[in-house]
Design a protein around this ligand. Structure first.
Ligand code: SF4
Length: 172
């Protein structure tokens, strides 16, 4: 918690801001959903397993319903056929929500520069953190989770995120 926002009145009363309390709770309870389509998703399994243990950062409650998740982790190549599905899953997540693009394929299409492959998921959904690599190492994914934890402090707790006015190719 950001202690600079706290004030103590005697030994038993502390005042703080609502944003500080809500974001403190959010920071250590991100609920990720992995949209895994290729090899990067296998690498994510290592991140979630005991050796790297994403639960140290409070983000181990992996969800398989977008309605229960606030962190979408896209891992792998996304074809144009899959693009509307990814967009629908993103739309089904409640606000506030964040997105990590894991690996070269999700971020730019990678070496699949062809007529079947989306050249980066940011063509259809807003991305908060890009993780480089093919595949990225688990440490890089953990670093991205920590980055999201820092960024969510910038959000006012009672307002919807505007995602910097993002408009994707599949938006109306
Ligand atoms: S970035 Fe590399 S490891 Fe990840 S999905 Fe693409 S080819 Fe596979």
């Amino acid at each position: 918690m950001d202690l600079s926002q706290e004030h103590s009145l005697g030994d038993s009363i502390i005042t703080t801001k609502l944003d500080a309390v809500v974001n403190w709770g959010r920071q250590s309870s991100l609920w990720p959903m992995v949209f895994g389509t290729a090899c990067c998703a296998i690498e994510f399994m290592a991140t979630a397993a005991s050796r790297y243990d994403v639960s140290r950062f409070g983000a181990e409650v992996l969800r398989f319903s977008p309605r229960h998740a606030d962190l979408l982790l896209v891992a792998g190549t996304i074809s144009y056929k899959q693009a509307p599905i990814l967009k629908q899953i993103y739309d089904q997540m409640p606000e506030p929500k964040w997105v990590i693009s894991m690996g070269t394929c999700a971020s730019s299409g990678g070496f699949y520069d062809n007529y079947t492959t989306l050249q980066g998921i940011d063509e259809i959904i807003p991305v908060d953190v890009y993780v480089a690599g093919c595949p990225p190492r688990p440490e890089a994914i953990l670093d991205a989770v920590l980055d999201i934890q820092k960024r969510l402090w910038e959000e006012p707790s009672l307002k919807l995120r505007d995602h910097k006015g993002f408009k994707g190719k599949l938006d109306d």
